[in-house]
Write a protein of this length. Structure first.
Length: 335
């Protein structure tokens, strides 16, 4: 009987044996391992697809549009607990809707930070200076801005937003000047997207007082100044007055104005276009911290002395004129 020296055979033909082993495990890996996402700019880099979402993606062959496939992939790549409970990713059922991108024009002191967070927790594909959909924790607490410079997941550096790009976004919320907003809108239109802007509106008097509070302006100290109204109007005009221009409206395919606290109206405007979460995250129990407001008697005195003058002065500004044509509350003077 001829004995077979197995170790000797393995040593002699080790290259062939190793190739067969690699081939075998390659087949198993191809069948068992989940595909990895392409780089999307997420701080954690490439992440594995959530199992249920990945399986659903492999089984879906009815998405004829590249953009629809991109939306499905973006949803699956969302590594929040909400997505891990989803059996089928949210999709949008027409090319026309998939080609629309919303842009929230974040006007200072119009609840823009809170709206950004609200939308990021209700929808996928929200890209905001004050938070991205894929960065939302399941349980929400104080805004996370504990990185150097006061940045973090809830206050994203502009350069990071630029590097991530806008190709994974269906709604952009940006706290920037009108020139940069227009540049982004033009870039999106150049790529074939339809752009719809969302513009918040607030009455000019309370808006001005809120902006003064934000910059710690000492109203109480100038209440008896003979030029009180002129000082207030000048000061307000110099505080972040460059976030809106009428060119934004001419560049956008469509613009919608809304009263700044009416978040449900924004839901109505975007819900047919922006993919919503199947599993809703808990509502934010901690808002972005606001500056300490002025004392009620100081505000009352300012409105009594300057309310009409302030209203008349600011209603000459294009932002308030555009809002006034669409939102009746803008014309009221607080009492």
């Amino acid at each position: 009987m001829v004995s077979l020296d197995v170790p000797a055979v393995l040593r002699k033909h080790k290259t062939v044996v190793l190739s067969l082993i690699c081939f075998f495990f390659g087949i198993v890996a191809d069948r068992e391992l989940l595909p990895y996402s392409r780089t999307t700019g997420h701080p954690n880099g490439d992440v594995a697809l959530a199992p249920l979402a990945a399986a659903s993606l492999r089984s879906r062959n009815d998405l004829s549009s590249y953009r629809l496939k991109e939306i499905d992939t973006d949803v699956a790549n969302d590594d929040s607990p909400a997505n891990k409970t989803v059996v089928t990713p949210v999709t949008i059922d027409s090319d026309d809707k998939a080609s629309v991108i919303f842009f929230h024009v974040h006007i200072m002191k119009t609840a823009g930070s809170s709206l950004n967070r609200y939308l990021a927790r209700r929808y996928h594909a929200v890209c905001g200076h004050k938070g991205y959909s894929h960065d939302q924790p399941f349980h929400i607490g104080k805004p996370r801005m504990d990185e150097p410079g006061g940045f973090g997941p809830d206050r994203v550096r502009f350069i990071d937003m630029e590097e991530r790009g806008w190709h994974n976004c269906r709604l952009i919320s940006h706290e920037t000047d009108s020139g940069y907003t227009i540049r982004i809108l033009k870039e999106l239109k150049k790529e074939g997207f339809k752009v719809r802007t969302l513009v918040p509106c607030r009455d000019p008097v309370s808006h001005c007082i809120s902006k003064l509070s934000h910059v710690h302006f000492n109203l109480a100290q100038i209440l008896n100044n003979n030029a009180l109204c002129s000082v207030i109007n000048t000061a307000c005009s110099q505080i972040q007055s460059n976030r809106f221009s009428e060119e934004i409206l001419s560049v956008a395919d469509e613009s919608s104005f809304f009263w700044y606290t009416n978040f449900s109206h924004v839901d109505d405007l975007i819900s047919d276009y922006v993919p919503g979460r199947f599993f809703q995250l808990p509502e934010a129990d901690r808002k972005f911290e606001m500056n300490k407001p002025f004392a009620d008697d100081v505000v009352s005195d300012v409105i009594k002395k300057c309310g009409r003058t302030m209203h008349s002065f600011f209603m000459k500004k294009p932002y308030y004129q555009q809002c006034s044509r669409r939102i009746a509350q803008v014309d009221r003077i607080p009492q």
